[in-house]
Ligand binder design. Structure first.
Ligand code: BDR
Ligand code: CA
Length: 314
């Protein structure tokens, strides 16, 4: 099979991470070289086990799963059980995984894969704090020009932040790693809150998952029912933002999205604005454009894509 993208998914599941992983596993255009776990929504022990639970749910037990770092590069871990529940995947109960965790460290897997695969052939998909990628860049900065692109969920400009008034969770948890990534020269595509807040898990959309009448459909609906509660209360919307699957959907159908190539820098010093993505959307500086900042999505097209792909799972 000729895959369009060879990808590594770095993730901290998280219900929305889980939907993103399933979307990737359902998509023949994507060759998933490995999935790396990072600490974020919940601690590392749970994120690597959650990744394997999700793979086993769809019988993809041959996927290589690696554990990464259990903490941000320079700071204490901040988690988000208040959003995702204490397991990270609250809403439904999945069996403990029996597929193995690879013995290699996620950071070494990322470095070795980028170094041994053809130049510019690997896309990194990051769905959590950037700690593993930051550590890889610190240990082996020479990998940066070999990476085709990095598509991330993180940051916010017009929507502000979701952990502080100006900082989004994934960037806030490890701003030092995020800074390394944005300064690395890797071509970056960012799915910030500005776009994910336009992809809401409305009641109608959740019902469409349930109507798939399959295990994946009902598990997804149960996850989304749980996950949206927090944001519905917070924002007063019908449904919450389905963040992370936008990263995968962008690779499958970039025409669903629009954005601008701009300069983005990360605040790592200020106590007040720590983790802010300082995005020069209006190009008021001459600073180099280092990221495509996505602001719009065809939300119906996005949910249709996920549902169509999930319909392939029994
Ligand atoms: C991001 O933080 C996590 O809670 C979600 O999984 C998503 O990656 C949204 O801010
Ligand atoms: Ca996530």
């Amino acid at each position: 099979m000729n895959h369009t993208h060879n990808i590594i998914i770095d993730t901290d599941p998280g219900q929305d991470d889980a939907i993103a992983i399933l979307l990737a596993l359902a998509s023949p255009e994507l060759h998933v070289l490995g999935i790396t776990a990072v600490a974020g929504n919940v601690p590392l022990q749970l994120t690597h086990s959650n990744i394997r639970k999700v793979c086993e749910l769809v019988y993809k037990t041959n996927i290589k799963v690696f554990a990464g770092t259990d903490k941000p590069m320079k700071r204490n871990l901040v988690t988000a059980e208040y959003v995702h529940g204490e397991t990270g995947l609250n809403g439904t109960q999945l069996p403990e995984p029996s597929m193995p965790l690879q013995s290699k460290h996620a950071v070494d897997f990322i470095i070795d894969t980028v170094q041994t695969q053809p130049e510019k052939s690997i896309t990194l998909c990051t769905l959590g704090p950037l700690s593993n990628v930051g550590l890889a860049l610190e240990k082996a900065p020479e990998i940066a020009p070999r990476i085709k692109q990095l598509v991330m969920m993180g940051g916010g400009l017009f929507e502000g932040g979701n952990v502080t008034p100006v900082a989004e969770f994934n960037i806030y948890v490890d701003p030092d790693a995020a800074r390394l990534v944005f300064e690395s020269g890797i071509p970056i595509v960012v799915m910030p809150l500005d776009v994910t807040h336009k992809a809401l898990t409305t009641k109608k959309r959740i019902e469409a998952f349930r109507a798939l009448d399959s295990t994946v459909g009902s598990v997804s609906a149960d996850w989304l029912d749980f996950f949206e509660r927090f944001d519905e209360d917070k924002y007063g919307t019908d449904g919450g933002p389905l963040h992370d699957p936008n990263v995968i959907a962008y690779l499958l159908k970039p025409e669903l999205y629009s954005g601008r190539h701009i300069n983005v820098e990360i605040e790592t010093q200020s106590a007040l604005t720590l983790g802010m993505t300082v995005a020069d959307y209006w190009r008021v500086t001459e600073k180099p454009r280092n990221a495509v900042w996505v602001t719009d999505v065809d939300a119906d097209g996005f949910f249709d894509l996920i549902l169509k792909r999930f319909a392939q799972f029994n």
